[in-house]
Design a protein around this ligand. Sequence first.
Ligand code: SF4
Length: 233
Amino acid sequence: MNIRGLYKSSLLDFPGKISAVVFTGGCNLRCGYCHNPHLAVNPESLEKIDEEEIIKYLVKRKNLLDSVTISGGEPLLQKRLLSFINRVKEAAGLLVKIDTNGCFPDVLGDIICSGYVDYVAMDMKTSPQKYSKLTGTDFDFQKLMDSLNVLKDSGVEYELRTTCVPDFVTLEDIQSIAERTGRVKNYYLQQYVSSNELISEGFRNIIPYGTKDLEVLKLEVLKFADNCKIRGI
Ligand code: SF4
């Protein structure tokens, strides 16, 4: 595993659980607002953390943690992901959450089939027509839909999450997402936060939505999601 970061403990990543967060290096997308540009684009610039070291930490702290979140970058790019998840389960017995951008439905299906994944958070970044622009790639929206169907069919707990970047996440975009996803379970709308370290300078001056705007988007999401919460306000 190409591990380039570790948060020893977080209350924000796995709903209702205390989670260690492991960050894998490398991503196939180039989202303009990515807050981890080094991790996504140039992971070699960050110190590599040995897998053994992570397992040792998890075993030592297993009584203080509920779970491990494997984030990125894009974790599903990691060839040894399944074996790492197996090790986490066998050595520390913790719940496992995967964060993914949804581009790899086959890999997602394989790791869920292992029975060792307890929760998946998948990005739903914008409407199909804006996806390529936002992600800086020629985005295949069908792959994202295939990943969603894997989640729906598997019975695993999951959430979809949308970072609400004005211009990319409007009421019309939410309606367009709903047309493609159909009914879904848990949906999180995340407040957009700017930073000086984004992939694209063009995103630095974007003014985030106010709380009322986010509440309007939430009402729209609740038309097709069982639950919707706003994060980051
Ligand atoms: S999917 Fe986008 S936001 Fe997430 S790590 Fe990759 S480039 Fe960054």
